[in-house]
Ligand binder design. Structure first.
Ligand code: ZN
Length: 535
């Protein structure tokens, strides 16, 4: 029966709402049975929401377990520059690249985890401008330890933050390594040496795995360049770079993670520890073979088992843990396959739009010395070369803008610094953002490009080649932005929430789960309700 006095309705509703908001999180229902002592964050590199949904029914191991928890199938790396370094930087900081400062894998010609010390490039976490959840935990409790392990340096470093106890990454040729000035205790160093020794023998005998029966229907060759095709598993020993595009890469990362858990007794003390693991093989498979062939299918089935082994290991140790899994960005299949499968507009970038070529034309028009632009490959951030005289820059930028805007067939948007300076950080759900919103979330004035250029959907930013990447990510389009976000703990009452959420929501959600108060700097994300509430 409706209330007689409608004025009563509002205060009553307000009272109900505020009631819900002030209930202490621990009392709001089914959280983990024991308070967690280990926060496990798994990032699968280039794990698009599309790959997750395509393979979900084929998972029967660790990924099936995690997918029985709380599932946000439409998570978003909401920003425009959907690359590895920015993507990893959002996951445990709760901050968008505009605040982490990690605007791309490289800016102004510098790699995202390299700083100059006494004139020499040194691998460092100093480029990350905000604390990770592990950094904040350590500030609250000096005994809390964060261990970050990844198949790539930038992945591990962005997850580990600036105060990690240990950050380890795979370095081609050297195995797992850490910062030059880091001290590693002897028992752990012995384990690292052991894993690296294993790596050498795995590497020496590396073969691509057999094609699983479930993947047979996906095994079809697609020609990329003359006589070079992908889509089927290659029977030969992979070259040194393509070794990373086999499940053996993730298996080594797992081995290292297990060794760190054992040696350091993570999650066994009174403090809450963080274990962050980034599995890279899915990304390399995507880059070298695309995402819709037998290679990706085989990789997905292997990843499912790799993740099971990690969960089983933690359970056997009796650790009380919670898991959050997501990706640093999504990905797009190769245009050669996409164009014959319902996406006729899929194509590769016109080489005329690569920095060298655009720069050459502008140099000619304005009678300038070359180079005008930095870099060889296309990135959203366009940087003028330092040699372009300050007085000529406005004219050069205007000319560049004209160049890109004349190519609407391949270029979707061009934004200037002043447009980005004036734009507000978006606050709507990430599936409703404009292109300018996406570029704004990627924009950090001191590091971003002199222009931001966004390609049209389904334009792949690599030229085809048999020994290099053939597919890309990095665009502002949803195939690159959408990633799964899964939360799980033993005994969880799972549910599915298809609304659009962000990877920056992961850190505040985990902080809320353990009752960690998040002070300054504030996070961009919000707390997701992941405990089933009693209605
Ligand atoms: Zn990546």
């Amino acid at each position: 029966m409706p209330l007689k006095n409608s004025r009563l309705r509002k205060p009553l509703l307000a009272a109900l709402v505020s009631c819900v908001l002030v209930v202490p999180s621990a009392a709001s229902a089914a959280g983990p049975q024991r308070p967690p002592t280990l926060l496990v964050t798994i990032v699968v590199d280039q794990y698009s929401a599309d790959v997750f949904s395509e393979y979900r029914s084929l998972y029967h191991h660790g990924l099936a377990t995690l997918a029985s928890g709380v599932v946000f199938p439409h998570g978003y790396q909401s920003h425009a520059a959907t690359e590895t370094c920015p993507g990893h930087s959002t996951v445990l900081t709760g901050a968008r690249p505009a605040h982490t400062g990690i605007v791309a894998n490289e800016w102004q010609g510098n790699y995202c985890v390299t700083v100059l010390k006494e004139g020499k490039p040194v691998t460092s976490s100093e480029t990350l401008l905000v604390p990770t959840l592990g950094d904040r935990l350590r500030d609250a409790d000096a005994d809390s330890r964060t261990v970050a392990i990844g198949g790539k340096d930038r992945a591990a470093i962005m997850l580990g933050g600036r105060k990690s106890y240990l950050t380890l990454w795979w370095d081609r040729g050297n195995g797992f390594v850490t910062f030059k000035d880091a001290s590693v205790d002897a028992a752990l160093q012995a384990k690292i040496d052991e894993v690296n020794k294993d790596a050498k023998s795995v590497y020496a005998s590396a073969q691509l795995p057999r094609l699983p029966a479930e993947c047979a229907s996906r095994s079809r060759p697609v020609e990329i360049v003359d006589k070079y095709s992908v889509g089927e598993l290659h029977e030969t020993k992979p070259s040194s770079s393509k070794f990373r595009a086999t499940p053996a890469m993730d298996a080594l990362t797992l081995e290292m993670a297990k060794a760190a858990v054992d040696t350091l007794e993570l999650g066994k003390g009174k403090s809450i520890d963080v274990l962050a693991v980034s599995f890279s093989a899915t990304d390399y498979v995507g880059h070298y073979y695309g995402s819709e062939g037998a290679e990706m299918c085989t990789q997905q089935l292997a990843l499912d088992k790799t993740i099971e082994e990690l969960l089983t290991h933690l359970e056997r140790k009796g650790i009380s843990f919670v898991v959050a899994l997501t990706a640093d960005h999504g990905g797009l299949d190769i245009p050669e396959r996409n164009s014959s499968r319902g996406v006729p507009q899929a194509r590769r970038i016109d080489p005329q739009l690569l920095p060298e070529s655009v720069g050459e034309r502008v140099a000619e028009t304005l009678k300038l010395a070359k180079p005008v632009l930095l870099g060889k490959e296309f990135g959203n951030d366009i940087y003028l070369a330092p040699s372009v005289p300050a007085g000529k820059r406005p004219k050069v930028l205007a000319e560049l803008r004209k160049e890109y805007e004349s190519r609407r067939d391949q270029v979707a948007a061009v934004f200037t610094r002043s447009q980005l300076d004036a734009a507000k950080m978006p606050s709507a759900p990430p599936d409703q953002w404009s292109l300018l919103d996406r570029a704004r979330a990627s924009y950090y004035k001191e590091r971003s490009g002199d222009l931001v250029v966004l390609l049209q959907p389904y334009v792949t930013a690599y030229e085809p080649s048999s020994d290099n990447y053939i597919s890309s990510h990095g665009s502002p389009w949803d195939y690159d932005r959408r990633v799964p976000i899964l939360f799980w703990w033993p005994g969880i009452e799972g549910f599915e929430q298809p609304a659009a959420v962000e990877t920056v929501d992961i850190a505040p959600t985990l902080a809320d789960l353990i009752g960690l108060k998040v002070g300054a700097p504030r996070m961009d994300g919000r707390v997701l309700q992941i405990r089933q509430t009693q209605n």
